[in-house]
Design a protein around this ligand. Structure first.
Ligand SMILES: CC(C)(COP(=O)(O)OP(=O)(O)OC[C@H]1O[C@@H](n2cnc3c(N)ncnc32)[C@H](O)[C@@H]1OP(=O)(O)O)[C@@H](O)C(=O)NCCC(=O)NCCS
Length: 143
């Protein structure tokens, strides 16, 4: 498996498709809703397996010492195989190398244990997405 930034227009399309399929389509959100206004400022990473985009994740800068992991998604048929963890580790390495001291994220309730296993601690309840998906702020400090 290779983890890197998408490069070609086709890879960028596949990257946003994984996001859309896993994080937006099941809640009947329109295509395009998987993107926000910070895409051009963020660090993007995709996991490639035999040429297929099987997982995605984004790293945002919050302030001088804090980064945020966002839009983590692994394609359904490939979940539970360590791909999400590998993307998290890759993004974390980048965050620490860039001088960050803390990484935050907003976890969906269903993914709380996934992030807890990666060493993220619960901070507080955060926003409700689409009126139904409760999110929880979690954080990890540089070890
Ligand atoms: C959550 C998600 C990114 C995890 O990626 P993944 O590739 O399936 O996870 P991994 O295989 O790397 O799992 C790492 C560990 O976390 C556990 N885990 C994975 N997803 C989990 C979940 N939803 N709840 C509890 N534990 C989970 C795995 O069992 C594994 O544990 P182990 O090391 O003890 O075996 C992925 O399942 C996904 O995209 N889900 C749908 C979209 C979503 O909810 N994204 C998160 C938005 S905040």
């Amino acid at each position: 498996m290779e983890i890197r930034c998408p490069q070609t227009p086709q890879e960028w399309e596949a990257y946003y498709q994984v996001r859309y399929r896993e994080l937006r389509q099941p809640w009947n959100q329109v295509p395009g809703s998987e993107k926000d206004h910070l895409e051009h400022l963020a660090v993007h990473r995709a996991a490639y397996l035999d040429g297929y985009t099987v997982g995605v994740g984004r790293l945002d800068s919050v302030d001088e010492t804090t980064a945020q992991i966002r839009f983590m998604a692994v394609s359904k048929g490939f979940q539970g195989k360590g791909i999400g963890r590998a993307i998290m580790h890759h993004l974390e390495e980048l965050a620490w190398k860039n001088g960050n001291k803390t990484i935050i994220l907003h976890a969906r309730e269903i993914a709380l244990d996934f992030y807890a296993k990666e060493g993220y601690e619960y901070v507080q309840k955060s926003h409700l997405l689409f009126g139904e998906i409760q999110h929880f702020l979690m954080q990890k400090k540089k070890g």
